[in-house]
Design a binder for this molecule. Structure first.
Ligand code: GLN
Length: 240
C-alpha cells in the first residue's frame, strides 16, 4: 500500500474532454506512480452526487457550448454544495477552458441565455465575436506556463479576483486584459489546453503537492528530460 494516495474526482469526463485534456489526468497518474504515490480516479457525471470529502483534486476539462450547458445546470445544482465544501477545506480544483468558465458566476452565451456557474471564482464570462485561438504562454509567479487556447468566451475577473498569470504571448482571458486564468487558494481555472500538465511538469507537481497538502519541494525529483523538451517546444510555439 502506498503511504499516500492522490484521490482525483473527474467531473463530466464524458462531456468536458476536448483537446486531449484527459492527458492532464494521465500526467498526474504517471507522476504519482513514479514517486510511489497512489492514484485513485473517480468519474462523476450528470446526476451523480459528489462526496465533498472524497477527493483531493477535482478536475474539469474543456467543452463545447452545448455540452457545457448540461454540465452547468448539474454543477450549479446537484454538485454545488459539495464543490464549495471541497474547496473550503483546501481541496484543489483544476478547471480548463469550458470547465474554467463554469467556476465563475455565469457564462452569458447570448442575450437571454446565461449558463449558471458554480461561483467558486469571482468572475463571469461572455460570448464574444470570434474565437481566441493559438499558442499561449503566461507568467505565473516568475515561472512560465505554455499551452494552446481556443475559446469564444471572454472571461472578466471581478476586482480583487487574482488571475492565474500574466499573458506573455497569446490572448488570455479577454484578448485585451493582459491576464490569463484565475486562482483562489488551491482552486485554479485556465484557458490553457495543450494538454496543460504534460507541457508544464512543474505545474503538475505544484498541483499534486497542493492537493496533498505538501510543498512541491517535498516531492521526489523525477527525470524530466522529455517533459522539459515538451515545455520548450510549447514555449517556442508561443514565441517565448
Ligand atoms: N465553449 C467554450 C468557449 O468557446 C469553451 C471552449 C473550450 O473549452 N475550448 O468559450
Amino acid at each position: 500500500m502506498p503511504e499516500r494516495t492522490l484521490r482525483v474526482g473527474a467531473l463530466y469526463p464524458d462531456l468536458l474532454n476536448i483537446y486531449a485534456d484527459r492527458g492532464n489526468l494521465l500526467m498526474l497518474e504517471r507522476r504519482c506512480a513514479w514517486r510511489g504515490i497512489g492514484f485513485e480516479l473517480v468519474r462523476s457525471s450528470l446526476g451523480d452526487e459528489l462526496d465533498p470529502d472524497a477527493h483531493d483534486l477535482l478536475y474539469l476539462g474543456g467543452g463545447q457550448d452545448r455540452d457545457q450547458k448540461l454540465c452547468a445546470l448539474d454543477l450549479s445544482t446537484v454538485k454545488r454544495d459539495a464543490v464549495h465544501a471541497h474547496a473550503a477545506r483546501g481541496g484543489a480544483v483544476l478547471a480548463v477552458c469550458g470547465g474554467y468558465q463554469l467556476l465563475g458566476h455565469e457564462y452569458a452565451l447570448q442575450p437571454g441565455e446565461h449558463l449558471p456557474g458554480v461561483g467558486l471564482l469571482d468572475l463571469r464570462t461572455e460570448r464574444g465575436d470570434g474565437r481566441l485561438i493559438g499558442n499561449v504562454a503566461i507568467e505565473v509567479d516568475g515561472r512560465t506556463l505554455a499551452g494552446f487556447e481556443n475559446h469564444g468566451g471572454r472571461t472578466i475577473l471581478a476586482e480583487g479576483q487574482e488571475p492565474l498569470g500574466r499573458v506573455l504571448a497569446g490572448h488570455g482571458n479577454t484578448g485585451t486584459s493582459g491576464y490569463e486564468g484565475a486562482r483562489r487558494g488551491n482552486v485554479v481555472g485556465t484557458y490553457l489546453h495543450g494538454p496543460l500538465l504534460p507541457k508544464n511538469a512543474w505545474f503538475a507537481d505544484w498541483l499534486i503537492a497542493a492537493a496533498l497538502g505538501l510543498d512541491a519541494a517535498e516531492l521526489a525529483p523525477l527525470d524530466d528530460r522529455f517533459e522539459d523538451a515538451a515545455h520548450g517546444e510549447a514555449r517556442r510555439a508561443a514565441g517565448v
